[in-house]
Design a protein around this ligand. Structure first.
Ligand SMILES: Cc1cc2nc3c(=O)[nH]c(=O)nc-3n(C[C@H](O)[C@H](O)[C@H](O)COP(=O)(O)OP(=O)(O)OC[C@H]3O[C@@H](n4cnc5c(N)ncnc54)[C@H](O)[C@@H]3O)c2cc1C
Length: 485
């Protein structure tokens, strides 16, 4: 079994962030993933629309200016031609006529001016909106413990029209959890770092190509060029620690077809079997981390490990649609969700032109369960197509296809577990956790994933340094000393 200083399990955005940070600190991590491509829940995908192959993502992702660590990571690993993203001024345009655009005043008055001058909202609604944000700021962005977003909205006397048209879509878009269940403190944190900060923090950062080309592919190229090892199609079945040597043993599923690991990634893939490492960063979704650790049969910290099983999840559905190329779509627009008519679409994004077709992506988050509950799979896609064509006065699309992620994000409730990257390190030395569920300040987002990975790597690197200096000390005391005895 080869020995490694550190292995990162999971090449989603958390694992990639951890591997990049470790490499920056002078290590050569091994990064492995069960999938044939890196990126996890934020990756590119090929689908067929109107019989033609189109490059899309496994779900429409929105990055905003407040994602400082994510944007720094993207810039860090970008090819010399620059990152595959573009920034656009924050604009909230809705099909019902609501328009919120920042004013030209300097920050933070750009956003406040924009909110006060929002079109399509009554004076009472605009006043209530600014009062709620001012109230949060006044209280240092703190809300009572265990409060839900719905309770917070009642406390701040937000008119129901404003709740339906502004707060509900914003809560669902940022937390993928409906207001009646969503954690008000996490929502306040999101507002603090976006609407409460500046128009720049709220800027939309849109991929110019697929998500693969935004981070997973450039990060893997960057890592491989610096001596890291990337192993794809490597499912870790169990993780055990040998108390005598202190080494972690990774048991892998037999490698099914390692040679076929995504052709576009030059992975130096190894065969299945065992691997050993002094330190492990486990960057898996909570249920997968729980499975791998439970199979390792750890006695004492079992209760702490079990907490990983306490997360509940929400689906996200993305419906990709294709129109003839001459159809014009807004860059993005908020749709009007009407559950009574099964119009569950919340946002439409223009995905540009491909195969001489105009591609759009409609997002159904938090309502994914209701959408999935409809019996007829074809009819539920058609209903979203009808919603878009009715609300935007467009022709029906040539074709539409839904991508469903049943466990897209954790349900961001006030009583979800609050775990940190070192949640298990005390009981299981050398084991660090990473993933979007390990940044308790934020909902399940790319930024939470990237931050958790970076922090896990920093504490792991500090432990590696301590280990190295201990080894040096032991070596120097064991060496024979010249001179009189
Ligand atoms: C459809 C959709 C839309 C979203 N929209 C947004 C958005 O607009 N903005 C935003 O910020 N966030 C969004 N998110 C959330 C965001 O994608 C996630 O928060 C983020 O990708 C999580 O990254 P992660 O690295 O923590 O986990 P993951 O991406 O889940 O990575 C975990 C990795 O571990 C691997 N793995 C699992 N088990 C094993 C095993 N046993 N052995 C080896 N490898 C294993 C998996 O293959 C995966 O690559 C969205 C998510 C989805 C699904």
């Amino acid at each position: 079994m080869p020995d490694h200083d550190v292995i990162v399990i999971g090449a989603g955005w958390a694992g990639l962030s951890a591997a990049v940070r470790l490499t920056e600190q002078g290590h050569r991590p091994v990064l492995l993933d069960a999938a044939p491509q890196p990126g996890g829940r934020a990756r590119g995908l090929t689908i067929e629309l109107a019989g033609l192959r189109c490059q899309v993502d496994n779900g429409q992702h929105l990055i905003i200016g407040a994602y400082t660590e994510t944007l720094a990571l993207i810039a860090r690993v970008a090819a010399p031609s620059g990152p595959a993203i573009r920034r656009a001024a924050m604009r909230l345009d809705a099909v019902d006529g609501m328009r919120i655009h920042p004013s030209s005043a300097p920050p933070p008055f750009d956003l406040r001016g924009g909110l006060l001058r929002a079109q399509g909202l009554s004076g009472r609604e605009r006043w209530a909106l600014t009062r709620a944000l001012a109230g949060l700021r006044w209280h240092g962005w703190h809300v009572p413990a265990r409060q839900t977003v719905a309770e917070w909205l009642v406390e701040f006397r937000q008119p129901s029209s404003l709740v339906d048209r502004f707060w509900l879509p914003l809560c669902i878009a940022t937390m993928n959890t409906p207001p009646e269940a969503a954690c008000a403190q996490t929502f306040a944190n999101v507002l603090r770092d976006s609407l409460g900060a500046s128009a720049e923090a709220c800027e939309f950062v849109l991929p110019t190509r697929t998500l693969d080309e935004v981070l997973p592919q450039p990060a893997c190229d960057w890592l491989l060029a610096r001596g890291a090892t990337l192993m794809l199609r490597q499912t870790v079945r169990a993780l055990r620690r040998d108390p005598a040597s202190g080494l972690w043993h990774l048991e892998r599923e037999p490698a099914a077809d390692a040679a076929q690991a995504a052709a576009h990634i030059a992975a130096n893939t190894a065969a299945g079997g065992g691997l050993r490492a002094r330190h492990v960063i486990l960057a898996l979704p909570p249920a997968n981390a729980l499975r791998v650790l439970s199979a390792g049969g750890h006695g004492e910290p079992a209760q702490r490990i079990a907490r990983l099983g306490e997360f509940d999840h929400e689906p996200i559905v993305t419906v990709y649609m294709a129109w003839p190329a001459d159809v014009r779509l807004p860059a993005w627009i908020m749709l009007s969700e009407q559950p009574a008519t099964r119009y569950f679409g919340q946002w439409l994004f223009d995905r540009g032109e491909q195969q001489a077709m105009r591609i759009g992506a409609v997002v159904v988050s938090a309502r994914g369960r209701a959408w999935l509950a409809q019996d007829d799979a074809e009819e539920r896609v058609l209903t979203i197509a009808r919603q878009v064509s009715t609300q935007l006065e467009l022709p029906m699309p040539l074709d539409a296809r839904a991508i469903v992620d049943k466990r897209a994000t954790f349900r961001c409730t006030p009583d979800r577990p609050r775990l940190h990257v070192d949640a298990l390190a005390g009981a299981l030395p050398g084991l660090w956790l990473a993933g979007d569920h390990l940044w308790p300040d934020y909902p399940a987002t790319l930024e939470a994933a990237v931050r958790s990975g970076r922090l896990a790597a920093s504490v792991c690197a500090a432990a590696l340094r301590r280990h190295a200096s201990l080894r040096d000390d032991q070596r120097s005391t064991a060496e024979p000393v010249d001179g009189p005895r």
